[in-house]
Design a protein around this ligand. Structure first.
Ligand SMILES: *[C@@H]1O[C@H](CO)[C@@H](O)[C@H](O)[C@H]1NC(C)=O
Ligand SMILES: *[C@@H]1O[C@H](CO)[C@@H](O)[C@H](O)[C@H]1NC(C)=O
Ligand SMILES: *[C@@H]1O[C@H](CO)[C@@H](O)[C@H](O)[C@H]1NC(C)=O
Ligand SMILES: *[C@@H]1O[C@H](CO)[C@@H](O)[C@H](O)[C@H]1NC(C)=O
Ligand SMILES: *[C@@H]1O[C@H](CO)[C@@H](O)[C@H](O)[C@H]1NC(C)=O
Length: 320
């Protein structure tokens, strides 16, 4: 009795420490097909970075990305480079040209634009645009907006087998004889690939896998390579994860937070700043209980100098 009482008090005091070092897996990390969904992305609401909320969905082991312009299959997520590769089934490739405005193009909600944008090395090749297209306005007698991006462009794309059935009208150096059948440019030039607005029939998209040198458009990587950015939030997230938390955001305010199991912090799971009052109270309370336990044991049974670790563990297990 004289031994078990202080052990009980001590184990209460040790509880938060033990819980901290226990094997708890990140509840925000998930797997879908062969892809890992990790910060800043998440499938569960409240997890990940707020800029990527309501973005990814796991449907039959396929990661789908949903934005204003439509839904895309996510082929890859490169966390080291900070990029995603998207696939649109109605996008033209080297083997087939899809017209009739069936492709999605690419446009995001304005609030999401700072976080998600096609990479500067990604080329968009707009197909079958009318002479009334905004692309060709304001350039009479001047150079066209069409250009190569990281060595990828329409001049080479025309050599694809898909063009065998349509003899392409190529761009002249000066605007005048009608628009070319293909006009390539980086996303930055248009800010939104909306086939209706641009008055184009289709599009293709490819990205450079530099420094890999590829020979011809049959070897290009087709798809939309998108860069993502969390704009400074990764420092907060690293501190959160280092203290055993999971990075998330407040569902109502969309502000970053660190999920620490039973409570949420605005910084890390070790800090008192932003800690919920309940957790702060529990921590203080367990500290006083520990001190009281030592005092009581000193009064009634002497200070426990050599207490049994296994019994302490048993008490922890019981109180859990
Ligand atoms: C930690 O959790 C994982 C997943 O639940 C489990 O597979 C693993 O065995 C656990 N490790 C320990 C040491 O308990
Ligand atoms: C912590 O935040 C997440 C995400 O907003 C929320 O789902 C959860 O209920 C919060 N937990 C507590 C204890 O407030
Ligand atoms: C594309 O442009 C059309 C016409 O300007 C507009 O009605 C439509 O909402 C736009 N779509 C997207 C996804 O922005
Ligand atoms: C995942 O699987 C798909 C097909 O099942 C494949 O195209 C893709 O390259 C794979 N991605 C990775 C990162 O292994
Ligand atoms: C694009 O590159 C090709 C060769 O890869 C070149 O012949 C063509 O002139 C370039 N086009 C523009 C608009 O710079």
């Amino acid at each position: 009795m004289t031994l078990s009482l202080p052990i009980l008090f001590l184990s209460l005091h040790l509880l938060p420490l033990l819980a901290h070092s226990s094997n708890h897996t990140n509840p925000c990390r998930s797997f879908c097909g062969n892809l890992t969904i990790d910060y800043p992305f998440a499938i569960q609401p409240g997890c990940g970075h707020p800029g990527f909320r309501d973005l990814l969905f796991c449907i039959n082991d396929v990661v789908m990305l949903h934005i204003t312009s439509g839904s895309y299959r996510v082929l890859d997520i490169d966390y080291a480079y900070g990029s995603l590769v998207l696939h649109d089934p109605h996008m033209s490739t080297c083997d087939s040209i899809v017209l009739g405005r069936r492709g999605n193009g690419f446009s995001v909600e304005p609030w999401r634009a700072p976080h998600l944008s096609p990479s500067p090395d990604n080329v968009f090749m707009l197909l079958g645009c009318s002479s009334e297209s905004p692309l060709f306005q304001g350039f009479p007698g001047k150079h066209m907006p069409c250009r190569n991006v990281s060595g990828l462009g329409c001049d080479e794309y025309y050599s694809c087998p898909a063009w065998d059935i349509i003899s392409p009208r190529r761009a002249g150096p000066v605007y005048g004889s009608g628009p070319p059948d293909c006009c390539s440019m980086p996303y930055e030039s248009v800010k939104s690939v909306n086939l209706s607005r641009l008055d184009c029939q289709g599009y293709s998209s490819a990205y450079s896998v530099a420094p890999l040198k590829v020979s011809g458009p049959g070897q290009w990587a087709y798809g939309i390579q998108v860069r993502y950015s969390v704009q400074g939030s990764e420092v907060l997230c690293r501190a959160c994860e280092a203290t055993g938390g999971s990075c998330g955001y407040d569902i109502d305010k969309h502000s970053d937070l660190c999920m620490c199991g039973s409570w949420n912090s605005t910084s890390s799971c070790d800090s008192d700043a932003g800690q919920s009052e309940g957790a702060a109270f529990r921590r203080k309370w367990s500290c006083w209980v520990g001190i009281a336990g030592l005092l009581i044991s000193a009064l009634f049974g002497g200070i426990p100098t050599n207490f049994d670790r296994n019994r302490a563990k048993k008490f922890v297990a019981l109180s859990l």
